[in-house]
Design a protein around this ligand. Structure first.
Ligand SMILES: *Cc1c(COP(=O)(O)O)cnc(C)c1O
Length: 500
């Protein structure tokens, strides 16, 4: 019997602090050949850090192995497909990373004088222009740090505009298929939120919209394609209904991966929208950022855009702060510059045709998966899918198996789960977004996995209900994990015994 298994096989990795032993070092320095000094005497006592004590002391190989092992536990886009719907977890070409690491750009400092920052400013101006062209809008701010931050900025722009017209309004309408950040944004900006029901096709019900829009409504916030992966066919009519009553149309553009190069929100009546560069424009995401949520607006909203704005005169760029109608700053400095750079690199490397092809492939891949499993899983809304398809667990619940169980079983097949139980209007949702970067082979494996799980649900539902079986941590009690989280590593009971 093997008494102790190496930790990289069991994924039992203790903390660096627990590996520490006094005097171990990860580096070697030659003997001091200058007189030693007391740091407190040299730097002043207040400049010497005291609050960190008991720092782990480990050797170089221990620290390298520790972090290398940890890095192999995570599922990552560089390992396989990441079918999380609504997230657009596409593969990010290494070229973008290369560009973001070019020394002059990577080391640019926000306090650099403008005359030494012309290149970095040119990057921002160019990206603004491309995003305006892609969205069909008139002005862009790159400052918001994420999608939700873009929403907030966009809604504040609408409020500033309406107030400048002497027409402050109090309500924002939001379809029931909306991303959760939409109602949160409207509420934080001080608006009342009113929900608009979807029709049986999963689209905005125009009659319900018509009834809801009056002169107290500031805007409709709509995600398009919506969270069921369907293009709002009547979006231009919705825009007309709103505009006729002096209200604005906000589009959550986090799903632009389905539209770039094919349709422009500015052409179908959108007044303001945000983009998620960390989704559509290929910045690595997951793990909390950084991202970027640029906001694009029509001309009537341009005067309200956040400061600073970049202006050009005689070929020289400068930041402008004195813009009395601006909503002010939404962020320190000029946005997440590294993310902006990656987006520009992605746009330039693809070119117009390449971006359009990416969109077509993203839509094709989602529909390929849809076709591949639609006889085994319930498809609640039948309108054509855009970049993602949304199924429900309706057929599987008859055997007591829910979407969360199927997702956990997918882990045993080597895939990251899809998005579980979202959008809310689909009970027991399986939301799948493959993105354009997956090959037919990978999609076929994914389809096979989901078909095989559907068989298992029929033949051996317990197997699915108790998944995952191949991971170090098996099914966790999610309620207990949320209420009483154990944040410190503890050896599993059987390993303790083996070690004893
Ligand atoms: C991801 C997403 C958001 C939020 O974007 P963050 O960058 O996570 O703040 C908003 N709306 C939709 C539809 C999304 O998919």
């Amino acid at each position: 019997m093997i008494r102790k298994v190496r930790s990289h096989q069991t994924q039992n990795e203790n903390l660096l602090f627990e590996r520490s032993s006094p005097g171990k070092k990860g580096y070697q320095l030659p003997p001091l050949d200058v007189p030693g000094v007391d740091p407190a005497a040299a730097l002043g006592a207040t400049n010497v850090r005291r609050e960190i004590t008991d720092f782990p002391e480990v050797s170089e190989v221990e620290i390298i192995r520790h972090f290398t092992r940890l890095s192999t536990w995570n599922y990552a886009i560089d390992l396989g497909m990441y079918p999380l719907g609504s997230c657009t977890m596409k593969y990010n070409p290494r070229l973008n990373e290369h560009v973001a690491r070019i020394a002059g750009l990577a080391q640019a400092h926000p306090y650099q004088p403008e005359e030494l920052a012309q290149g970095a400013m040119r990057v921002q101006v160019q990206l603004e222009q491309y995003l305006a062209e892609i969205t069909g809008m008139d002005g862009v701010t790159l400052q918001p740090a994420a999608g939700a931050h873009g929403e907030q900025t966009g809604i504040l722009l609408i409020r500033a505009y309406l107030e400048s017209q002497g027409d402050a309004r109090k309500k924002v309408l939001i379809p029931d298929s909306a991303h959760g950040t939409n109602p949160a944004t409207a509420a934080i900006a001080g608006y009342e939120v009113e929900e608009i029901a979807s029709n049986s096709e999963g689209m905005i019900d125009l009659e319900a919209l018509e009834r809801a829009v009056d002169d107290s409504v500031a805007a409709l916030m709509v995600t398009n394609p919506n969270t069921v992966g369907i293009f709002e066919r009547d979006i231009a009519k919705a825009a007309q209904i709103l505009h006729a009553k002096g209200a604005q149309l906000y589009m959550d553009g986090a799903n632009m991966n389905a539209l770039v190069g094919i349709a422009r929100p500015g052409d179908f009546g959108v007044d303001v929208m945000h983009l998620n560069l960390h989704k559509t424009f290929s910045t690595p995401h997951g793990g909390g950022g950084p991202g970027a949520g640029p906001v694009a607006v029509k001309s009537h909203l341009v005067p309200h855009l956040p400061i600073p704005r970049i202006t050009e005169s005689g070929g020289r760029l400068s930041y402008q702060y004195d813009l009395p109608q601006s909503i002010g700053r939404v962020r320190a400095f000029y946005g997440n510059f590294g993310v902006l750079l990656r987006a520009l690199a992605y746009i330039l490397a693809h070119g117009g045709d390449g971006l359009r092809n990416a969109t077509i492939d993203a839509v094709m891949n989602a529909n390929y998966i849809r076709k591949g499993i639609e006889d085994r899983y319930e498809l609640p809304y039948k309108a054509p899918s855009m970049h993602e398809c949304v199924f429900s667990d309706h057929k599987q619940t008859k055997a007591g198996v829910k979407t969360g169980d199927i997702a956990k079983r997918l882990i045993d097949y080597g895939f990251h789960p899809y998005t579980v139980s979202f959008p809310m209007i689909v009970h027991g949702a399986l939301m799948i977004e493959p993105t354009e970067t997956e090959s037919k082979q990978e999609l076929d494996l994914f389809i096979d996995a989901l078909r095989s799980i559907a068989d298992e649900v029929e033949n051996d539902p317990e197997l699915v209900k108790t998944a995952p079986h191949s991971t170090r941590t098996k099914r966790v009690n999610e309620t207990l994990a949320a209420r009483r989280p154990i944040l410190r590593w503890q050896p599993p009971a059987e390993e303790k015994q083996a070690a004893d």
